[in-house]
Design a protein around this ligand. Structure first.
Ligand code: NI
Length: 392
């Protein structure tokens, strides 16, 4: 079977599937129908599903295509979830679910990986080792997202490497974005409850106003960068909300604050909870308050393995797509693909669409031309991995 022909037909199937998925988006950990649709398509293609659902749900699945010859196991990952966004695009396949939309292009990722399944099935005898296709739920969930659940379910056992792609509206159409080493930031969350002592606004000396402590914390926490972090590593300490008080003449009992921390370096990230602990407790004591801190490590830094990324570049060039390659800068956004990179060599790439609306916005849209590029490149990588990484 001619490869170009396979890719073309699989891309047509995948484009149709994407429109169908776009009509019926599902939020993180609700992707039951999406999973069923993918499973049905895989059954039609004769590709066996080896795991259905993660974390005791019916969301997400893994399919496996075994080659005729021995070799390593490559996992190819697509995320499948949508977002709580109301679509404002007037498309024939506009979302039918009020307030839910594929506003990040995960419908395209799901479709591309299903297209890859079709191509690989038609070229199964060329595969050395096997290719596992991971349809991952709940990438957008933040704490409790899909990737750590996939890891906890043991789905990476026997996997030698993992690759994944994400469409990019802001990257030039038809280009392939790559980067070795750290690619995207970690994303952690923090919540603080400051306890003072409420009272009458006219008698501050008989109360302890927790808002003064919060004001001091705004300065102390935002001084972590770059007074404590290495200025060579991009880091963000962000404050998202401060809430306290209701009336002009009442001093409240408590004040709450929350925010995000983004790091590009894992040592800097590891030091953050300790820095917060010291500053929050110390500042609270200085203002005669007490404070509870809840610092949660959520998404790690997304790190691309150097050798695996070089292999992606080599295969891309061999496919005649070398002129599409663009080296990307480090991004402060995050991805739960990062969890896989902590366990096995990982490579994550971006496929450019050159569409104007940003990801997660109501006007976000996928350029369907990206589907064929994704199917072609991810299939080529999946077919090559076992040949260039022999394993008895
Ligand atoms: Ni996304």
């Amino acid at each position: 079977m001619d490869m170009n022909d396979s890719v073309k037909r699989a891309s047509e199937m995948a484009t149709e599937l994407r429109h169908e998925l776009h009509l019926h988006p599902e939020l993180p950990w609700c992707e039951v129908e999406t999973t069923k649709k993918v499973a049905a398509k895989l059954a039609e293609l004769g590709v066996p599903v080896i795991k259905m659902g993660f974390k005791g749900t019916q969301c997400g699945l893994i399919a496996e295509i075994k080659g005729a010859k021995p070799g390593p196991v490559l996992m190819v990952r697509a995320d499948i979830d949508a977002l709580p966004v109301t679509e404002n695009e007037d498309l024939p396949y506009r979302s039918q679910c009020d307030g839910v939309m594929h506003a990040c292009g995960h419908d395209a990722h799901t479709a591309v990986l299903t297209g890859v399944a079709q191509v690989l099935k038609e070229h199964q005898d060329e595969i050395c080792g096997s290719v596992r296709l991971l349809f991952q739920p709940a990438e957008e969930a933040g704490p409790g997202s899909g990737a750590p659940a996939v890891v906890a379910d043991g789905a990476l056992e026997g996997v030698d490497a993992i690759i994944g792609e994400h469409v990019q509206s802001m990257q030039e159409a038809g280009t392939i974005g790559w980067k070795k080493g750290p690619f995207m930031a970690s994303a952690d969350t923090w919540d603080i409850v400051i306890h003072g002592k409420g009272g009458h606004g006219s008698r501050p000396h008989s109360s302890v106003n927790p808002m003064l402590c919060a004001a001091a914390l705004v300065h102390a926490l935002t001084a972590i960068v770059p007074q404590e972090t290495n200025a060579l590593y991009p880091t963000v300490v962000g404050i998202g909300a401060i809430k306290a008080g209701e009336a002009r003449n009442v001093i409240p009992d408590t004040c709450t604050m929350c925010g995000t921390v983004r790091c590009s370096n894992m040592d800097e990230r590891a030091a953050m909870p300790g820095r917060f602990e010291r500053i929050v407790k110390g500042t609270a004591a200085a203002w005669n308050c007490t404070a509870d801190l809840n610092y949660q490590m959520v998404y790690p830094v997304t790190v691309n393995d150097d050798d695996l990324t070089q292999w992606v570049l080599d295969v891309t060039k061999a496919e005649g797509l070398g002129d599409r390659l663009v080296e990307r800068e480090f991004a402060m956004g995050s991805e739960d693909f990062s969890y896989y990179g902590e366990k096995v060599p990982a490579a994550y790439i971006n496929l450019g669409m050159g569409t104007d609306a940003p990801h997660h916005s109501p006007g976000f849209h996928v350029d369907d031309a990206v589907i064929e590029l994704g199917v072609k490149l991810m299939s080529a990588l999946a077919l090559d991995y076992g040949k260039s990484h022999p394993k008895a």
